[in-house]
Design a protein around this ligand. Structure first.
Ligand code: URP
Ligand code: ZN
Ligand code: ZN
Length: 461
């Protein structure tokens, strides 16, 4: 049998489940062999490839549990494929994405899953798992749930908004009942879709057609009402739910009340709701349409919501910060909604920049153990990957991000790897960058640039 390749990450501050310890991390093949506080002796390094992590934090690879790669979203295809999206992810320190495989109406779950494998397999730099998003709830779909679990999918998604995707309340209840026996989890897009439709018509009727109409048509109440409804459906069925992309203080109040009643709910928010507010919709840019960059659902919120959510992140009320990466070019895609904001494809990019955005903007408020929880361990625990992922521990997968907090750099469209013509974070002065990123023991990115390797694999859970 051939000897396994051994790699030693030397002298870093290892962010382990038990705390931060200075030492070495030994990778053997695709697994972490050992965490060595104090480090190995020089005599123990024979034959190993070594990487210097002095002054760096060494994290388990970051996990982004909310992406939409290479996906038809009802208006257009997303700009990033699995190939470009996972490469960008790895450049930023993310070693696993959990993407939303999405069933179109009339399609079976098997067909959706096959299609997502066809798009992703063999092309990925970071690892990838799938949630299964269900838009067509019927007896056949119900029967397929068990097959999905056997195929490694323990998390599902449904929508309360978007005409082509949403389930009604009874269907959502039945879906929750179907996943309850194996403790599956349902991620839900919480916005009241019929209200949004009506408000869009009203806003357009008032003559507001630009991107500034988007937040007016999706007020905080639309999110909070849908979250409240989901909380009662979860209470009724006893199933686990995950509120995705929480964006409002009002929605958080619903979650707090539900938690007090014993509802099994976890919470995700995204950098866009922690770093930007709804004044962005007024941005003009060169052609008066720059506000379209921020058309995503839910929309960016008021400064008060941003502050409340930031505090909730610091107080441990948020389990995961993922991105909802759903990229569309401003030119050629989003600008098709000029003159009618309801036709601007919803979504924005972020998979590459999440770790830098979080660690910069929470500097002084959060530390490495918080980043571990919010960017990796939380996702691994909630979505059934822990401790295989989300932990620097012997036996865990060799997904590692060596983070150099001393690097200063500027985020911009010109230096990003996301295949999209803008970033909402243009000009953001980032503190810290991924120095080395290993995916299944292979160096996938160095100093924010890809190595060209594609070690990413499907993660069955
Ligand atoms: O605007 C967004 N977020 N688009 C992606 C789909 C979703 O709602 O998560
Ligand atoms: Zn959503
Ligand atoms: Zn999404």
């Amino acid at each position: 049998m051939s000897e396994q390749r051994r790699t030693v990450v030397r002298g870093g501050n290892l962010v382990t489940p038990g705390g931060v310890v200075r030492g070495d991390l030994v990778l053997a093949g695709e697994k972490i062999e050992s965490v060595v506080p104090g480090g190995l002796g020089e005599g123990e390094l024979g034959g190993c490839e070594t990487y210097d992590a002095t002054g760096c934090w060494v994290f388990p690879g970051f996990i982004d549990a909310h992406t939409h790669m290479q996906c038809w979203t009802g208006m257009d295809w997303t700009a990033d494929s699995f190939e470009t999206g996972t490469r960008a992810a790895a450049c930023g320190g993310t070693t696993t994405i959990v993407d939303y495989a999405t069933q179109d109406r009339g399609m079976t779950l098997h067909q959706a899953l096959d299609e997502w494998h066809k798009r992703a397999d063999g092309t990925c730099t970071s690892n990838y798992a799938f949630h299964m998003a269900i838009s067509d709830w019927n007896d056949h779909t119900r029967e397929e749930i068990a097959d999905m679990r056997d195929a490694g999918i323990v998390s599902f998604k449904s929508y309360f908004a978007y005409d082509h995707l949403r389930l009604d309340d009874a269907q959502t209840m039945e879906l929750l009942e179907a996943i309850r026996p194996f403790d599956g989890i349902l991620c839900v897009h919480c916005e009241n879709g019929t209200l949004v439709d009506a408000l869009q018509r009203r806003v357009l009727a008032r003559g507001i057609t630009g991107p500034e109409g988007h937040p007016l048509s999706r007020p905080a109440e639309c999110e909070a009402e849908a979250i409240g409804r989901l909380m009662y459906l979860a209470q009724l069925t006893g199933a686990r739910v995950n509120v995705v992309h929480l964006s409002t203080a009002l929605g958080l109040e619903q979650i707090r009340a539900a938690k007090a009643r014993g509802v099994r709910v976890s919470v995700e928010t995204c950098p866009q709701y922690l770093l930007m507010d709804d004044t962005r919709y007024l941005e003009q840019g060169e052609d008066g349409f720059a506000g379209a960059k921020y058309v995503m659902s839910p929309p960016l919120r008021r400064p008060h919501d941003v502050e409340v959510l930031r505090q909730a992140v610091c107080d441990g009320e948020v389990d995961q910060v993922s991105t909802d990466h759903c990229s569309f070019n401003l030119h050629g895609q989003k600008d098709r909604g000029r003159g009618d904001f309801t036709k601007i494809p919803n979504g924005g990019p972020g998979v590459e920049h999440r770790p830098a955005l979080m660690m910069t903007s929470f500097e002084g408020r959060l530390g490495p153990m918080d980043y571990l929880r919010l960017l990796s361990e939380g996702q691994a625990r909630v979505f059934g990957m822990y401790p295989r992922k989300g932990a620097l521990a012997a036996g865990s997968d060799a997904d590692v991000c060596v983070w150099d907090p001393s690097v200063r750099w500027t985020i911009g469209a010109s230096n990003q790897h996301q295949a999209v013509d803008y970033t909402p974070y243009e000009g953001f002065q980032a503190h810290g960058r991924a120095k080395y990123v290993f995916v299944n023991g292979t160096l996938a990115a160095r100093d924010g640039e890809p190595t060209g390797e594609k070690p990413g694999r499907y993660v069955a859970r």
